[in-house]
Design a protein around this ligand. Structure first.
Ligand code: ATP
Length: 293
């Protein structure tokens, strides 16, 4: 049934592994990554209005509120495709830092698509919703799916995977502004000669082999972003010395995440990290595990 207002959570993700297989002739990179949804989330509220037009209000001053915002892009796309009447007010409360490698914008767009399907009772199957997501960004389909999944192609071919991931996640994002485009360009100059053990990671996730998971966290973009922002290496080392079982950069960075066996240890490490890196964003969160796989 169509409703006039809806509120949804839009969850962050980290890459447990990130591999680049090749650069396609059209310039896109073919990837193979294991994505993990986190509890850390933004809140998206949609309100249908009789007055035409899409408006967005957001608590974060660094996030654009015009058509550059992925929420607005996602809404515009559905308004056009289904010739929807009236307008939409979107209220976005950011908790996920922007441009962090945590897919915050993609998660927000995924929430708008899902919310609009309900609000307008749109004739969209799940496959149709994923296809709309792909138009907005490569990570949007995963953000619709959530849980743990292998992401291939340019990020749009998704395979949910069963996972036992008994860790608390500590996120640390230095202030560094990372350009995803610059990271991929630098990677193309010098592609990695080593690659993540994706199959080994999938097996470790399936069996809940915590040391095996920590050992196999890998991201071929990390050395590239680290060369531009050495503090990423310092954060990673510090997370390990504070008791993380493993630590890696997520996406194209600059967020580094540490996996801790005990929540208390993660919280203690977060306090220490705040002292050492006072400008950094830190958050203690958990993986979201879907038992429907
Ligand atoms: P990814 O992991 O997919 O690379 P990210 O965490 O690096 O994502 P986003 O948080 O999605 O990056 O933001 C990237 C840029 O997109 C920001 O600098 C911002 O200007 C713009 N942007 C557009 N929509 C949003 C949104 N809803 N939230 C945050 N940033 C947004």
């Amino acid at each position: 049934m169509a409703v006039s207002e809806i509120t949804l959570s839009a969850h962050a993700k980290v890459n447990l592994t990130l591999d680049i297989l090749q650069k396609r002739p059209d310039g896109y990179h073919e990837v193979r990554m294991i994505m993990q949804e986190l509890a850390l989330s933004d809140t998206v509220t949609l309100r249908k209005t009789e007055v035409p037009g899409i408006t967005l209000t957001c608590n974060a001053p660094d996030v654009p509120t015009d058509a550059r915002n992925l929420c607005v892009k996602a809404a515009l796309n559905l308004f056009e495709r289904f010739s929807l009447p009236g307008g939409l007010e979107i209220s976005l409360t950011k908790k996920i830092p922007a441009a962090a490698g945590l897919a915050g914008g993609s998660a927000d767009a995924a929430a708008v698509l899902q919310g609009m399907r309900t609000c307008y009772d749109l004739p969209l199957t799940d496959a149709g919703l994923y296809a709309e997501g792909k138009k907005i960004g490569a990570d949007v389909p995963f953000c619709i799916l959530g849980g743990t999944a292998v992401s291939e192609g340019i990020g749009e071919i998704l395979t949910p995977v069963p996972a036992v991931l008994d860790f608390t996640v500590l996120l640390v994002k230095p202030r560094a502004a990372v350009s995803t485009k610059a990271v991929y360009e630098a990677y193309d100059e010098k592609p990695s000669e080593t690659h993540p053990d994706t199959e080994g990671m999938l097996e470790a996730l399936r069996t809940g082999d915590a040391p095996g998971i920590a050992l196999r966290l890998e991201n071929v973009l990390e050395p590239v972003t680290l060369a531009m922002h050495p503090e990423i290496g310092e954060i990673r080392k510090k997370l390990l010395s504070l008791g993380a079982s493993g630590a890696r950069m997520s996406g194209s960075g600059p967020t580094v995440f540490g996996l801790f066996r005990e929540r208390e240890a993660a919280e203690h490490a977060a306090e220490e990290m705040k002292k050492i890196f006072p400008d950094a964003f830190t958050a203690v969160t958990e993986a979201v595990i879907k038992d429907t796989v």
